[in-house]
Design a protein around this ligand. Structure first.
Ligand SMILES: C[S@@+](CC[C@H](N)C(=O)[O-])C[C@H]1O[C@@H](n2cnc3c(N)ncnc32)[C@H](O)[C@@H]1O
Length: 234
């Protein structure tokens, strides 16, 4: 796992509170795919420092469960939200083995799935844990955007990519997987989940004041993709 989410967890938490990519693009675009969450049982997979946890608590969800591979991130969430959240370390490549069948109304998984090599287990587990009528919303790198960093030149090959990101103001090495849209949608539908919405997101107008260049980039280019999928039957 990248040091971005371990050694630099506190710095990362500060930056994503009000930056363009997370606060003014990713979160509003994911939240736009959620129905009313009040009173719902929610799981946040790959919760990071808890930006979504804060929002779910404000919306008065019933039970909130947060999981992340990073011990540092889970500690941040526990420290901030205490008994309002059940938080534990879990590698979601193995799904959600500690969660009961048919127990969640909503599962979110923002900006995590590109760190998972094989998506089959995670979607099967989401299907098992969701109540019938429940749904998952996730965001991940847009396959068309990531194709720019393909080494093979074959869009349909899954590839491990290594980059340095300046998210926290200094370059930090990050590894992720780029894959085709077909690979993502096949993993969803073969789990039994049904895709009900696909969005490419919309950057908030307020981003213009922070950086006109980034705002224009996100207005004109695909960057993340946002997918809602539902459990229509057991
Ligand atoms: C870009 S951050 C997103 C955090 C949060 N979802 C948000 O949108 O604010 C990615 C998070 O995924 C977590 N992560 C990476 N690989 C994971 C895995 N295999 N299982 C669970 N969490 C993982 C990282 O520790 C990090 O907290």
């Amino acid at each position: 796992m990248s040091e971005m989410y371990t050694k630099h967890a506190i710095k990362y938490a500060k930056v994503v509170k009000d930056n363009i990519y997370n606060a003014l693009f990713e979160r509003p675009s994911t939240i736009a795919l959620l129905d009313d969450v009040e009173g719902k049982d929610v799981i946040d997979m790959g919760c990071g420092p808890g930006a979504y946890a804060e929002w779910f608590i404000q919306q008065s969800v019933n039970q909130l469960t947060c999981t992340d591979l990073s011990d540092e991130m889970v500690s941040l969430v526990k420290g901030k939200y205490g008994s309002k959240v059940r938080a534990y370390v879990q590698d979601i490549a193995a799904g959600l083995p500690l969660e009961k069948n048919d127990s969640a109304d909503i599962i979110v998984c923002p900006l995590v799935l590109h760190y998972i090599e094989d998506l089959t287990t995670v979607f099967k587990s989401v299907h098992r844990v969701l109540k019938t009528g429940g749904y998952m919303v996730f965001s991940t790198h847009h396959p068309f955007a990531d194709f720019e960093c393909s080494q093979s030149g074959n869009y349909f090959n899954r590839e491990r990519v290594e980059e340095e990101w300046d998210t926290i103001g200094v370059p930090v090495k990050v590894n992720f997987y780029r894959r085709s849209l077909t690979e993502i949608t096949d993993a969803i539908t073969s789990s039994g989940l049904m895709i009900s919405r696909i969005s490419e997101g919309c950057v908030d107008e307020r981003a213009k004041e922070l950086s006109e260049t980034t705002y224009n980039y996100l207005k004109n280019n695909p960057n993340f993709i946002f997918i809602k999928c539902e459990k229509v039957r057991t």
